[in-house]
Design a protein around this ligand. Structure first.
Ligand code: PGA
Length: 251
């Protein structure tokens, strides 16, 4: 954790109905107290308005899990940046490994989405990068993550890049209970920062929030959050329970 304000964001994935989201939000708002950490919930589209409303004035952020890069058009099933702006969300995940794996997200579409969000809204992109198990076993994890960074951030100005959140999520650690060791996570987050410095300059890399994600829970949050280069986390499973999620924020 450096000089940046860390962000701990709960990624609900495809969990919780509106009723469940409302119950969570009320309880979490009660539990939540100001810390030096920013907190946010990243929820399915249909639950976003419930969260925006329930969290109003609390300082708790709200985010979407995906967005399209066009304003409107014949794109059945998609949601655009203007639509998210209207809801008043603060963050949007781009390029989560599940979208890359199951829904055809590529570095090119990630790049279009990141640019669209940064240029036409105040919504902060949380861009996910990370290698799969075979890539780590082959020792090519750095090449993979650098390619995702270079292509995903292609064409951004330093000013734009400085607003980003990057989530390093080794795919083999997502939902598996298998966390990267704090050293592995720290090492990759440091390399990401160095690469951003090479691409956009030192001032920019000092501003970028770099999170770790993958099986973060109350039991391992302290070690992870205490690493110098890690500015927070993207929490899946453990963010579905308000008490557990608050415990992580209070690490
Ligand atoms: P997990 O998911 O915490 O359940 O491993 C993390 C993520 O996919 O963002």
């Amino acid at each position: 954790m450096g000089m940046r304000v860390p962000l701990i964001a709960g990624n609900w994935k495809m969990y919780k109905t509106r009723k469940e989201a409302r119950e969570f939000a009320r309880r979490f708002r009660e539990l939540y107290h100001d810390t030096d950490i920013r907190a946010a919930i990243i929820a399915p589209f249909t639950q976003l308005d419930v969260l925006v409303e329930t969290f109003k004035g609390s300082g708790i952020g709200v985010g979407a899990q995906n967005v399209h890069f066009e304003d409107e058009g014949a794109f059945t099933g998609e949601v655009s940046v203007p639509m998210l702006k209207e809801l008043g969300v603060d963050y949007c995940i781009v390029g989560h490994s599940e979208r890359r794996q199951y829904f055809g997200e590529t570095d090119e579409t990630v790049n279009l989405k990141v640019k669209k969000l940064l240029r036409e809204s105040d919504i902060i992109p949380i861009m996910c990068v990370g290698e799969v198990l075979a890539e780590r076993e082959a020792g090519v994890q750095n090449d993979v993550v650098f390619r995702q960074l270079e292509k995903g951030l292609d064409g951004l100005t330093s000013e734009e890049a400085g607003k980003l959140v990057i989530a390093y999520e080794p795919v083999w650690a997502i939902g598996t209970g298998k966390t990267a060791t704090p050293q592995q996570a720290e090492e990759m987050c440091a390399m990401i920062r160095e690469r951003i410095s090479e691409m956009f300059g030192e001032d920019t890399c000092d501003k970028v929030i770099i999170q770790y994600g993958g099986s973060v829970k109350p039991e391992n949050a302290t070690e992870i959050m205490n690493m110098d280069e890690i500015d927070g986390s993207l929490v899946g499973g453990a963010s579905l329970d308000p008490e557990k999620f608050m415990e992580i924020i209070d690490f």
